[in-house]
Design a binder for this molecule. Structure first.
Ligand SMILES: [Zn+2]
Length: 501
């Protein structure tokens, strides 16, 4: 059998405990020769394995293993050199289970095809994180940051990200911001007039575009410039340098109150802000005609868009948007692998849960034993091997035992307190496996819930010629949706379609 040596170290592997590429190769060659392994190929790669499909040589190796008729083993220093993300781990796992990889030899152990669900557990939390924790962690990070007074997003106009998580005043644009506030506080300018005036004075975006009145409105309403960060409906004190004093901000708020006549109530369009025009990149906005029909259309901000003439009825938009769920084709195998690993990880990391499962299994076994005895006893009666009296006496004893076990089981199940159960994981899996169901649900729920479903799933999408063009999913949907596009998975599907229908 031939062996492939795979060594990897990326710049993100800062830990001194990770050997250099050269040392990995040397160590493994040494180990190989002491075990008498025939190493015929050596891959060394300086790439991160955190994201799937990020390593050309790894992909080459996978391709080779998939297509080869020869038997191969892999030798690598530590298993996390092979993969640190569930998608690539899934590939390795699958090849191992298919016997296309006969063995994986690392410095401390061997992995065989019979070692079920091993790889993803190595980096333990990964699969689970991908499915359950990813967004939670991101949110938590953002929350921590904002509570420390740091802005977690892109810098607002007038500031620049300093690349170290902080903000710098953008000296050029801060000057205009100051002026906008000062002029607006006089009460003599409308938003539009300010937009036009500032444009004349060369206030432009980084891509050299005019800031329209909606942006001016946003600026005047943003207390960020006087040191208060507005985030998800709450206000936090920021540590960034202010551009205007609080007093000036308050004066502008007052000026706005005076200006705002009781206007027509603004109509709420649920899908506004979600769709962009594929042709020109502008956001699609909406309007209501004859007080009844809602239309979405490209705002044609750059004045050169052909899509601009297309008006999409609300029903059309909903139908188009429901197409998002068709894009969410995930590989069932991948979801299954991720699920299995999440499950194992979950159980392994919850000692109480594991203990519970063991005790429960013990009770179930006992229960089964007594049920069998009851059957045997009944057979004895049928065979006339025991008297009816004896039978009834013994039957009472057995029935009592069965009752006891049932009670114990019930008590155990009731006392079991778990935050997350296998059922939750099952639901997560179902969710990933059932884009069709989600599509149906999407079509049924209220407009507002439709919006919520979409914003939970994706960042935005573009419309081209009234059709869905590009969808940018949030994680982990993006990873899963991409995994299904992978040719490896396609092969896998065609080859292993054990579950048609
Ligand atoms: Zn357009």
């Amino acid at each position: 059998m031939k062996y492939i040596l795979y060594a990897r170290k990326s710049s993100e592997d800062k830990s001194k405990q990770i050997l250099s590429l050269e040392s990995q190769v040397n160590e493994m060659k040494k180990l190989g020769s002491s075990l008498g392994l025939n190493i015929t190929l050596v891959y060394t790669e300086s790439k991160s394995a955190k994201l799937p499909n990020n390593r050309p040589l790894f992909s080459e190796m996978i391709k080779l293993l998939e297509n080869s008729s020869e038997e191969y083993g892999i030798i690598c220093w530590k298993i996390d050199r092979l993969s640190r993300n569930p998608i690539d781990s899934g590939k390795i796992q699958w090849l191992l289970q298919q016997g296309k990889i006969k063995v994986i030899q690392t410095s401390d152990r061997q992995y065989l095809p019979s070692d079920n669900v091993l790889l993803l557990n190595i980096e333990g939390s990964m699969a689970t994180q991908y499915i359950l924790d990813l967004s939670k962690n991101v949110k938590r990070g953002i929350q921590t940051k904002i509570e420390k007074g740091l802005w977690p997003n892109f810098a607002p106009i007038g500031y620049l990200n300093d690349g170290k998580g902080g903000l710098l005043v953008d000296k050029v644009r801060a000057r205009y911001i100051k002026k906008i506030f000062k002029l607006y506080a006089t009460g003599n300018y409308t938003m539009k007039e300010l937009a036009d005036l500032m444009y004349k004075e060369r206030f432009r975006s980084r891509s050299n575009i005019k800031y329209h009145k909606s942006k001016i409105y946003k600026i005047i309403n943003d207390s960020f410039y006087c040191g208060q960060m507005q985030f998800h409906g709450k206000i936090y004190e920021g540590k960034h340098e202010t551009i205007i004093p609080r007093k000036l901000f308050a004066e502008c708020q007052k000026a706005m109150e005076v200006k705002q006549h009781p206007k027509k109530k603004r109509i709420y369009f649920p899908f506004r802000g979600l769709m962009t025009c594929a042709k020109c990149g502008c956001l699609l906005t909406a309007t209501r005609k004859k007080d009844k029909y809602v239309y979405y259309y490209c705002t044609n901000g750059r004045d050169n868009c052909s899509e601009h003439n297309h008006y999409l009825k609300e029903e059309e938009v909903i139908k188009t948007l429901s197409g998002v769920f068709d894009r969410l084709v995930v590989s069932e195998e991948m979801v299954e692998i991720m699920h299995q690993n999440s499950l194992e990880f979950f159980i392994n990391n919850n000692p109480e849960r594991r203990e519970y499962l063991e005790v429960r299994q013990g009770l179930l076994n006992e229960l089964k034993r007594y049920e069998n005895r009851k059957d045997e006893l009944f057979n004895l009666l049928l065979d006339k091997s025991i008297t009816k009296e004896d039978f009834e006496k013994k039957e009472v004893v057995i029935k009592n035992e069965i009752n006891n076990f049932n009670e114990a089981l019930e008590k155990l199940e009731n006392e079991q307190e778990v935050v997350l159960t296998e059922k939750d994981l099952e639901l997560t899996k179902e969710f990933f496996l059932s884009p069709k169901k989600q599509k149906k649900a999407f079509l049924k729920v209220s407009l507002d819930d439709k919006r919520k479903m979409l914003t939970g799933l994706l960042w935005n999408l573009s419309i081209d010629n009234k059709k869905l063009a590009k969808v940018s999913f949030k994680e982990p949907f993006e990873t899963l949706a991409n995994s299904a596009k992978n040719t490896y998975i396609d092969n896998l599907r065609r080859g292993g379609d054990s579950n048609p229908g």
